[in-house]
Design a protein around this ligand. Structure first.
Ligand code: PMT
Length: 222
């Protein structure tokens, strides 16, 4: 599969989980494998774009002819995103960023003590919303991972995060979404929506990139 729909454009994609350190040996994270973000990167590359992935820790090889910037935490992902958006036409946020991080990172391994322990958490910056509210933002596409009321929450994030498009995942179904090789999504933009049935993340990415490329063109030439 190749097309020229993104020829000459720079695309930045966040992918994978973030890791939020608790102490030198422990962290908070999630089940994102990076497969969705990396598949989108390959599809964007095949459509003619120069592609950079800002990647949390994953077990995937860098796709050929794609630049991969490795990060760990949400703060590092934000810093890399702010840097990369300077040279970016389309920014796609497929990463599963931790919403909270430990308030304090212990310098030494925390010792086992009482029957219960508590870790105070503090909110992480919202990366995709930060990029989308810059003075001259790229065309920003987000994801929404939801387990209920998918359309309502996705439309809410589309608006509150100032996104041009949002790709909604029902992650209550283990066959799609986190870590699986296939996915089924609904994309929302403006008053529109389009459903994509379950297929491989690779095939889905080709279709999503064509839709994103089309909307990018419409947006750039109103
Ligand atoms: O990596 P895989 O195993 O292939 O799984 C793919 C996926 C399920 C992780 C992916 O398809 C997906 O849905 N990614 C978004 C996961 C997520 O964190 O969704 P959310 O609804 O919590 O966040 C909404 C959007 O805001 C996302 O674009 C997210 O990247 C972004 N975000 C969230 C929090 C934050 N602090 N910064 C962000 O940029």
């Amino acid at each position: 599969f190749t097309s020229n729909s993104l020829s000459g454009l720079d695309v930045v994609i966040t992918a994978g989980p973030t890791r939020e350190a608790i102490d030198p040996v422990r962290f908070i994270s999630n089940h994102s494998s990076g497969k969705m973000g990396y598949a989108l990167a390959e599809a964007a590359r095949d459509a003619g774009a120069r592609v950079t992935i800002i990647s949390g820790p994953v077990r995937l090889d860098a796709p050929e002819k794609v630049t991969v910037i490795q990060v760990e935490s949400a703060s590092e992902m934000l810093a890399a995103s702010l840097e990369q958006q300077k040279n970016c036409d389309i920014f796609i946020a497929a990463a599963a960023v931790a919403d909270y991080r430990p308030l304090q990172v212990a310098q030494q391994k925390i010792k086992k003590a009482g029957e219960q322990m508590q870790i105070a958490l503090v909110k992480n910056p919202d990366i995709v919303a930060t990029i989308a509210t810059l003075d001259t933002p790229p065309f920003v596409v987000g994801f929404a991972a939801e387990t209920q009321d998918v359309a309502t929450y996705a439309r809410g994030k589309l608006e509150s995060k100032n996104l041009k498009m949002i790709i909604a995942n029902d992650v209550s179904n283990a066959d799609i979404g986190f870590n699986s090789d296939s996915n089924s999504v609904t994309v929302f933009w403006g008053e529109n929506q389009q459903d994509f049935p379950r297929m491989s993340k690779s095939a889905l990415s080709n279709e999503l990139i064509e839709l994103i490329a089309h909307q990018y063109t419409v947006n750039s030439n109103p």
